[in-house]
Design a binder for this molecule. Structure first.
Ligand SMILES: C[S@@+](CC[C@H](N)C(=O)[O-])C[C@H]1O[C@@H](n2cnc3c(N)ncnc32)[C@H](O)[C@@H]1O
Length: 199
């Protein structure tokens, strides 16, 4: 039997919905999670680190935001609520997207969910693209998500992402420097939070 990863579409996997509480800036959230999705038992450390830094440093008003590889929607839902903006969400995992739709409603935010392999079905352009990329899907997918973001960013748009030092943070920064000015915004427990602006 092939190994099932969180990014596959195994709809036969038994469903065991869990509720994950989360709070930031004195606002409480609840996230529904399930088997077969990333961070099914608790909010991922890297995702929380990314969203916390993004909210501290991102300064565009009324921004259009895309959460790529959204999973059950943690990053985009928090950004949507705190900044009071609509967010678009993309993932290849149908179960994750279904949960994402429920989490958008549960947390009373506005979002649009798109089933898409990387940007294949993305039509708009954004001020911010934010992602905790799917390292387990392989370097090719990760590099596509990060490098192709430039085609979906508005002028002066920014790509925000997190990668652990043991998962290629430094080599990815170097790879992206062909198209972006890449800045390390912050580091924690081996995680690097990056902001990339098109050169
Ligand atoms: C590291 S997880 C992050 C999930 C979520 N953003 C979070 O922070 O909890 C990466 C996500 O990318 C998704 N993914 C994998 N391959 C993808 C692809 N080719 N296109 C879009 N999303 C993909 C996975 O299904 C997974 O939900």
């Amino acid at each position: 039997m092939p190994l099932e990863h969180y990014f596959t579409n195994n709809l036969n996997l038994k469903s065991e919905i869990k509720e994950i509480p989360y709070a930031i800036n004195n606002i409480d959230f609840t996230f529904l999670s399930d088997n077969g999705v990333f961070a099914k038992n608790k909010i991922d450390y890297g995702s929380n680190f990314l969203v916390t830094n993004f909210l501290l440093f991102a300064d565009k008003l009324d921004a259009k935001v895309l959460d790529v590889g959204c999973g059950y929607g943690f990053i985009g839902v928090v950004v949507s609520k705190i900044l009071n903006i609509d967010v678009d969400f993309v993932d290849v995992n149908k179960r994750a997207l279904h949960l994402c739709e429920r989490n958008i409603k549960l947390n009373k935010v506005n979002g649009n969910v798109i089933l898409s392999n990387c940007y294949e079905d993305v039509k708009n352009k954004y001020d911010y693209i934010i992602t905790n990329p799917p390292i387990r899907a392989g370097k090719k997918i990760v590099n596509t998500i990060l490098a192709e973001a430039k085609n979906y960013l508005n002028e002066f748009g920014e790509l925000w992402f997190v990668i652990h030092k043991d998962q290629g943070a430094k080599s990815t920064k170097k790879y992206l420097e062909e198209w972006y000015n890449v800045e390390i915004v912050s580091k924690s427990k081996g995680f690097y939070c990056f902001r990339a602006k098109i050169c």
